[in-house]
Design a protein around this ligand. Structure first.
Ligand code: NDP
Length: 477
């Protein structure tokens, strides 16, 4: 018979009994010296960490990104070179619901990817939509408050949502996608992922291209109507976890085609829309998508908490050959995601096994909570920089080409010169009659109980997209 592994305390000492606590006689009180019991209870008290303020409920898996196309002339990033295979962790999520929220709720889905490249982790932290509700991060915390619970009723508030949206016309594009079919995918496998922001690619010749990343589902787009979703949630609140975990266990590995849209650096000054505005897409006819590779997810995590709850994605994680852009929302997220992880997980969150790069990490960061890697310089005398003790040094070969920026410092009214309606109209015109009808109904259902003046203000915005849009919603109301 195979001998079973022996249970130990956290300090590694064998545990003689894991069923009966230590007491003074069978009917007597417990003894404070029962350290095994105390440690077990203390651990239970500390099992929860703060859930993510947004994107708390998630599902994910590991897999591979394989580069099948050739964009090597645009970027020196090793992860993008033809034939390269890179391990990836994907985490999908809803935005507003808490950790225990039902999966099949109408909401934007997070689409977060961590590529463990040989040049460091590259995180693409996007959504299943190519645009977002706001274009200036100053508005982001207020927007999220409208999606969360009302401070007094502790209920979600349609009034707050439509009040904010009707006062923020830049939200119309995302609102229209949210209440269209794509706002309620049947599983994360049946939706696209978009890097959403504009990033940049650069090559060894110092040339820069602006880029949008798209992950197109190979499973096809599939969506629930509101009624279907109610029935699903009545049966199971965990439908995404069941479907995706189950598919991967069975060997039905979901795949996405990676595409990029590329814009020469100088074009950014010429487009009629701001190409760094997160409420806009780049029309495909102007910047056609190019196939770059295939992402496959093929391994479920062994421990949800360790590998998904502690997974820390941040748009600040880029690698040589990939850069940022003037997108204001991106720039705020570069700060706020890493800051959120330091708060939720601790200073050294990048040391956690799921986050640690698969390439060497060498730097002079010292001490701090949960610092498990200790010396990262290869020599204890090299604990500052510059030094004479062969500590790690900067590498000018990975310096991004300079970017010329100009403009007077001011707080610019971001509604000035921005067309919040044109691209929404193009999308609206793509919908067939049935899709439009579902859009109207979904919006009308979500507006239940919202005061008339707010509804009227929102209808006026729909009318600017298309009179039929406003009329359709009005009729559905
Ligand atoms: P195109 O006609 O060339 O683009 C059509 C794209 O629209 C499709 O490729 C698809 O994007 C997306 N689309 C099609 N049906 C729907 C739907 N029911 N809900 C949401 N998206 C849909 O024109 P444009 O490039 O000018 O885009 C038209 C509109 O499509 C945009 O205003 C935008 O709202 C939306 N869109 C555009 C994207 C882009 O990057 N240009 C990306 C996604 C949506 P996909 O191939 O990504 O599935």
């Amino acid at each position: 018979m195979v001998e079973k592994n022996k249970l130990t305390t956290d300090a590694g000492a064998p545990v003689p009994d894991n069923q009966n606590s230590l007491s003074a006689g069978p009917r007597g009180p417990l003894l404070l010296q029962d350290y095994q019991l105390l440690e077990k209870l203390a651990h239970q008290n500390r099992e929860r960490i703060p859930e993510r303020t947004v994107h708390a409920k998630g599902w994910g898996a590991f897999g591979t990104l394989r580069i099948t196309g050739d964009i090597s002339k645009y970027t020196c990033a090793k992860v993008m070179q033809p034939g390269t295979e890179t391990p990836v962790l994907a985490r999908f999520s809803t935005v507003a619901g808490e950790l225990g929220a039902a999966d099949a709720e109408r909401d934007v889905r997070g689409f977060a990817l961590k590529f463990y490249t040989e040049e460091g982790n590259w995180d693409l932290v996007g959504n299943n939509t190519p645009v977002f509700f706001v274009r200036d991060p100053y508005k982001f915390p207020d927007f999220i408050h409208t999606q969360k619970r009302h401070p007094r009723t502790h209920l979600r508030s349609p009034t707050a949502m439509w009040d904010f949206w009707s006062l923020s016309p830049e939200s119309l594009h995302q609102v229209t996608i949210l209440f269209s079919d794509r706002g309620l995918p049947i599983t994360p496998m049946h939706m696209n992922g978009y890097g959403s922001h504009t990033f940049s690619l650069w090559n060894q010749n110092g040339e820069r291209y602006w880029v949008k990343f798209h992950f197109k589902t190979q499973q096809g787009h599939k969506h629930y109507t509101n009624t279907e979703a109610e029935e699903v949630i009545g049966r199971s609140r965990e439908s995404y976890q069941e479907e995706m975990f189950g598919a991967i266990e069975k060997g039905d590995y979901p795949k996405w085609t990676l595409q990029v849209q590329l814009m020469p650096e100088a074009d950014a000054a010429k487009t009629s829309y701001d190409p760094f505005d997160l409420t806009k897409v780049w029309p495909h006819k102007d910047y056609p998508p190019i196939d770059v590779g295939v992402m496959e997810l093929n391994r479920n995590p062994d421990d949800y908490f360790a590998e998904l709850e502690q997974a820390a994605f941040s748009p600040s994680n880029i690698v040589p050959g990939i850069g940022f852009s003037p997108d204001k929302m991106l720039q705020a997220r570069i700060f706020s995601y890493a800051d959120a992880h330091r708060h939720r997980l601790g200073t050294h969150y990048e040391n956690l096994p799921v986050n640690i790069p698969r390439c060497p990490v060498r730097n002079y960061y010292r001490d701090g909570e949960m610092n498990y890697t200790g010396l990262r310089t290869g020599n204890p005398d090299a604990y500052y920089e510059p030094n004479s003790f062969d500590g790690p040094v900067q590498d000018s070969n990975v310096k991004e080409p300079p970017l010329v920026l100009s403009g007077a410092m001011d707080r610019y009214d971001h509604h000035q010169g921005n067309d919040d309606y044109g691209q929404v109209r193009v999308l609206y015109d793509l919908f067939d009659d049935e899709q439009k009808q579902r859009l109207y109904t979904n919006i009308a259902e979500a507006m239940a109980g919202v005061p008339d003046d707010i509804v009227r203000r929102q209808l006026a915005l729909f009318a600017k997209v298309h009179p039929d849009y406003a009329a359709g919603v009005k009729a559905a109301l």
